[in-house]
Design a protein around this ligand. Sequence first.
Ligand SMILES: Cc1ncc(COP(=O)(O)O)c(C=O)c1O
Length: 430
Amino acid sequence: MHTATSVPVKTEPPPPRLFEAAHDFDPMDWASVRGQFKLDPALAHLSNFYLCSYPKPVRDAIDFYRDALDRDPHSFLNDNMFARPEQALWRRVAETIARYTGGSFDEIALTGNTTLGLGLVYNGIALRPGQEILTTTHEFYPHYEAVRLAAERYGATLRQVSLYEDSARASVGEMVDRLVSAVGPQTRVLAVTWVHSNFGVVLPITAVSAALAAVNRDRAPEDQVLLVVDGVHGFGVLDEDVARMGCDFFAAGTHKWMLGPHGSGIVWGKAASWARIRPTIPSLMAREPANAWRESRTPAGPVQAAWVSPGGFLAYEHIWAIAEAFRFHERIGRARIAERILALNGALKDGLAQMSHVRLLSPRARELSAGFVCFDVEGIAPKEVALRLRQAGVIANATPYARSCARFSAGIVNSEADIERALAVVRAMR
Ligand SMILES: Cc1ncc(COP(=O)(O)O)c(C=O)c1O
């Protein structure tokens, strides 16, 4: 029997709602933005391309969801993911991301990092023996290896093309020309990287896709070339709508420049491109494949992004907190972030270019620049350069490519003082 003070039993779960962190900082003030991070203030953090430190809203979101899952994991997960599929939190996350990418939420698969996204795309593109994947000599290991494994699996061939001899003197026209003129009659996939992490060159994807569209125009649909982009070092750096770049698939981790939860990433793709993919891992974010299983039939209709988002249960406190990283970027402004990153890295390039014992390997042209500054110091191995910088409190690194070099990557957490400090240490290496 209910007394006057008894609590009524809820029959309906509450509608899923994204946690929205309070933004108690001034987005127009870079010192205030820096104050959102727990980064050690004694150091100049110039390896921002790596694994991010979280801004406060992302920490708060992870804490909120972790706490809710600790209190009642079954109810919280069920209410927010499965009870009302049309309102599931992953959709709210994808909608927030879509405000940044342009396009719509259902073009986005949620993954764990760039590597997983690339693996899902290449493993899912069914090629026939004799068909070709064309890539470049500038890919990082996870992209090259994803392509190599796919070629091996399907009996396809793999070919690499070099886009420039001297990274510091790369040009848009030459890169696009070398790439698209290498496309052959058997080429079905063009696999490229937006911002090369070996020397920091930006490949203009919009120009590549425009040139590729001219090739595809004369081909039957089944012979057309898909453009797949490893976009991780442009995403969160450059001011472009992914959905307007003209590629078919764009994979990026969101735990580097996007400042999102560790172990998070996306693949963006056009609806027509998703329809050409075979999912690799069963998804919990799409209804149709699970409904088909319950009804003992095969899933009906074209494959969609959600079908390719890997299940089963995930670190949901991280998945849902992705939205806060995108809100943080939104708050500061994508264009302002791009300006700041280009300005800070530009100052590093200007400073290094004046040192006779340093060879700058990254281009200085604005349209070829993002967040990397790659360089050699005469007579000192790249690892030794990074070590000496670290001993002086500057966090840089040596690239893990066969041709290694020293590398800075300034981000929105940095100040002009960090740049001066880093330059002073390199200057003293003469
Ligand atoms: C060009 C490029 N692609 C992919 C990756 C791997 O990213 P993730 O750790 O998100 O898989 C990296 C790592 O820095 C990279 O430089």
